[in-house]
Ligand binder design. Structure first.
Ligand code: MG
Length: 376
């Protein structure tokens, strides 16, 4: 539908270090494969999305969440006629910069950095991972990804002002990202909003009746499922309702994005960049419905007292280890002591912690801070 606005791999601004073309994979396909083969991607398997492993093995972790985002994003890109390989790559890399323990870990790491006059941002951290920390190739540090993938890592979820982030100057900060990057953030939200209803119900924190009362979209599909399958198990009616919500969000995003692109008179990928606003988005009514869903998840799940002990333990673990290593840099692994030659100590400690899995940071905390912090 929007094929003329798609990013064409032949038009890529290229890699930092030029490489010979591959005989049967184009540059975005190669970038996707490089992400999949990176260590940071494998570590997502042991990073919390919302629920830790104490619930069960059926809950999403950051890796399975990432695969779900890639599925939604590929569907969107395919239906819109955009570059599916670029979209898949951006989806697979989108959470690679997340520290252990989900949002609680990120909040604690940012707070620890702010006390030293710095901050932590997972998009900037993701860029550091793919540009520098991953070491796989003899010719260069990092994964040597194409410009469009690096740009998407930075710009998919927010805008960075050139004044505030001079180091990001090469990423055309005064322009919008391509549609392929714009849709990642919304594919992410579609994936986690629907998955969190599912995991929240499975954890018995969220009840079906309260979802029906608070989330009209859910109620619409749940009552349809009841009418169509009166004898079905409650869990199957619930699944049908979540499936209906997911499908409606994806369909609305496709249709409304096409309408917006056409109304804006945007015809080519370069016009998308120069358009004053992002063009991927939901219709106003579905946006309103989506806000009700989001609000429900915040009030009842993300801020739920059931998850609080784990979040407090996570924050304490990050805080105490950050303090431990900033006051004892000689206790850092030698590769990180090495980095102190060109980075300040808080940044080195932050990079070390941000890369850890949930398991590893818990082991480190038990070993170095002398106690285990495990909720319940
Ligand atoms: Mg995500």
């Amino acid at each position: 539908m929007l094929a003329a606005c798609a990013v064409r791999v032949e038009d890529s601004r290229g890699r930092r270090y030029p490489e010979a073309p591959h005989p049967y994979r184009d540059d975005f396909q190669r970038d996707r494969d490089r992400v999949i083969h990176s260590r940071a991607f494998r570590r997502l398997e042991n990073k919390t999305q919302v629920f830790t492993r104490r619930y069960s093995d059926h809950f999403r972790n950051r890796l399975t969440h990432t695969i779900e985002v890639a599925q939604v994003a590929r569907t969107l890109a395919g239906a819109l006629g955009l570059n599916v390989d670029l979209v898949e790559c951006l989806a697979l890399v989108h959470d690679i910069g997340h520290p252990p323990f989900g949002h609680a870990g990120e909040k604690a790491l940012d707070a620890a950095m702010r006390a030293h006059g710095f901050s932590f941002d997972h998009n900037l951290h993701a860029l550091r991972i793919v540009e520098d920390f991953e070491q796989r190739y003899a010719d260069f540090r990092g994964l040597n990804l194409t410009f469009e993938v690096r740009e998407g890592i930075i710009k998919h979820s927010r805008d960075y002002a050139a004044r505030e982030f001079p180091e990001l100057g090469e990423y055309l900060l005064d322009q919008r990202p391509p549609l392929e990057a714009q849709l990642i953030d919304l594919a992410d939200e579609i994936a986690y909003h629907t998955a969190d209803l599912d995991d929240g119900a499975e954890a018995r924190i969220l009840g079906v009746e309260e979802m029906r009362a608070a989330v009209p979209l859910f109620e619409m599909f749940y009552s349809q499922a009841e009418a169509r399958h009166p004898g079905a198990l409650p869990k199957l009616k619930f699944n049908e309702a979540v499936r209906g919500v997911l499908n409606l969000l994806v369909t609305d995003l496709i249709e409304n994005t096409v309408a917006r692109v056409r109304a804006a008179g945007v015809e080519k990928a370069e016009d998308v960049r120069r358009h004053p606003e992002r063009l991927v988005g939901f219709s106003p009514e579905v946006e309103r419905q989506r806000n009700l869903l989001r609000q429900f998840l915040y009030d009842r799940l993300y801020l739920s007292p059931d998850l609080k002990p784990e979040k407090d333990a996570a924050e304490r673990t990050v805080r105490e280890l950050f303090a431990y290593w900033t006051s004892r840099p000689q206790a850092l692994p030698s590769s990180y002591q090495e980095k102190m030659r060109h980075e300040l100590l808080p940044r080195v400690v932050c990079d070390y912690i941000a890369g850890m899995t949930d398991n590893f940071i818990q082991e480190q905390h038990a070993a170095l801070c002398g106690k285990t912090v495990v909720a319940r």
